[in-house]
Design a protein around this ligand. Structure first.
Ligand code: TGC
Ligand code: FAD
Length: 384
């Protein structure tokens, strides 16, 4: 272990690791081949209580601290990035936002059911024409005489979209730009709410990704997160600080899986009369990957540490996400390389790692967006 952990953090790490090795990792490749949703893993997340790990205990969750959460997500990422997506959207982006911004009534309405997994969350920010630039999004929320709202608009690429019970839905309540956007908690079974699955993804093939179409969906005033208009982009970007920390952890886990797989295979595969792991250039692949996985891990643990200490962790989260996502693609690619031709067929997990890693430089803010966030923070000049 790279850090000194509390007894509680260490217990979480060990329990999750064991469960991931037993339940999550074994069917992952077959689920990927069939585009099959990892239902056993989701059932297990509910049975073990892991599904509510970071929700406060007063709402029935595990009350896990940021470091426990990061260790948990890292292990899920090592076992199957599809399962990691379900959890980090549910907990990091949605439950975390309700806990941070919600009224007491909103917390009581949603968090206990999210803690058991009875209700899963999804995060509705991206629109077909507004991805990197969500401040200009076009979904609308029109206020009614009774204080409620009528929602209209499309969201694209929404993780958990067809399985969620609640969507954190960002929509324009008035005015242009970020200040005109508000955040709503919308039940997915509301009349006029449609979730259409998206198939044919390069990776994350067993994860639920959907387009959301809202047509005249009526919600009461209690659906406005925090009861205040105009905070939707701040809500979303604050959630994404946690999302980026999660992704740092997930990519570390995926990189670790690629490394472990590479080491195992190259010790077994013999060429030129010795295991390919005995060839110096193969050892270089392994060594470079090992160093990069450690770098990503330490960058991510720093985010959790800053969060625990109540300090601003947004810049550290962008750095961790940027580095870890790019690293995970390199690590998975090295894993394919070390497998030779066998890395190119789906008998081994190497190809799945590469396909699952590929999306991580795109979502939760692309690598270019992270570079601009980091550049803006260091120079004080915005390139947006
Ligand atoms: P900007 O003017 O900078 O800020 C608008 C308001 O937000 C506040 N803010 C932040 N608050 C907390 N944390 C941060 N990191 C924040 N950054 C900004 C800011 O103070 C301001 O508040 P206020 O009260 O003054 O209004 O906004 P901008 O429009 O210039 O933002 C620029 C940019 C590009 C950085 C931002 O739009 C961005 O990050 N774009 C990327 C979009 C993105 O990451 N989308 C991800 C969608 S979700 C997803 O991909 C889930 S993947 C699922 C899975 O993991 O499986
Ligand atoms: P664009 O913004 O159109 O970007 C296209 C290219 O232009 C990129 O290379 C980008 O880096 C570059 N670019 C854009 N602006 C700039 C700039 N200013 N400077 C330099 N380069 C720039 N969204 C959600 O809201 N919720 C989810 O649960 C969710 N899950 C997802 C799951 C999957 C599998 C995928 C693929 C996406 C998911 N997304 C989700 C959406 C994701 O966050 C967006 O795809 C991402 O933010 C990029 O937006 P875009 O696809 O519109 O690309």
């Amino acid at each position: 272990m790279d850090m000194t952990l509390t007894a509680e953090q260490d217990a979480v790490r060990k329990a999750v690791k064991e469960w991931v090795d037993d339940v999550v990792a074994p069917p992952a490749l077959e689920n990927d081949r069939r585009e099959r949703f990892p239902q056993e893993a989701l059932d297990g997340l509910k049975q073990t209580g892991f599904i509510g790990l970071s929700i406060p205990e007063e709402f029935g969750g595990g009350g896990g601290d940021p470091m426990s959460y990061v260790l948990y997500i890292e292990e899920l990422g090592r076992g199957d990035a599809n399962v990691r997506s379900i959890v980090s959207v549910h907990l990091g982006l949605v439950a975390g936002s309700i806990d941070r911004w919600g009224t007491q009534e909103q917390k009581e309405q949603w968090l206990p059911r999210m803690a058991t997994g009875e209700v899963l969350g999804c995060f509705g920010l991206t629109e077909p024409d507004y991805g990197s630039n969500p401040a200009d999004l076009q979904a609308t929320a029109v206020k009614q005489a009774d204080g409620g709202y009528v929602l209209n608009g499309n969201k694209i690429f929404i993780t958990n979209g067809t399985i969620a019970g609640v969507t954190l839905f960002m929509a324009r309540t008035g005015g242009e730009g970020a200040r005109g956007v508000s955040a709503f908690l919308v039940p997915n079974d509301a009349e006029g709410f449609e979730a259409k699955p998206i198939h044919g993804k390069l990776g994350l093939r067993s994860c639920d990704t959907a387009e959301l179409v809202l047509r005249d969906v009526k919600v009461g005033p209690e659906a406005l997160l925090g009861g205040e208009e105009g905070k939707g982009i701040r809500v979303a970007l604050t959630a994404l600080n946690d999302g980026r920390m999660s992704l740092g952890a997930s990519c570390t886990g995926l990189g670790q899986a690629a490394l472990d797989t590479m080491v195992k295979y190259t010790k077994e595969r013999v060429q030129f009369g010795k295991p390919v792991a005995g060839h110096q250039l193969v050892q270089a692949l392994i060594a470079d990957t090992a160093v990069e996985v450690d770098c990503a891990r330490l960058l991510t643990y720093r985010v959790a540490d800053l969060k625990t200490r109540g300090e601003d962790y947004s810049l550290a989260a962008s750095k961790a996400k940027y580095y870890a996502s790019e690293m995970s693609v390199r690590a998975a690619n090295a894993c394919v390389q070390a497998h030779g031709g066998y890395g190119y067929i789906d008998e081994y997990a190497a190809g799945k790692y590469l396909r699952d890693a590929r999306v991580t430089t795109l979502y939760e803010g692309t690598s270019q967006i992270q570079q601009l966030i980091i550049g803006r923070a260091l120079t004080g000049i915005s390139a947006f």
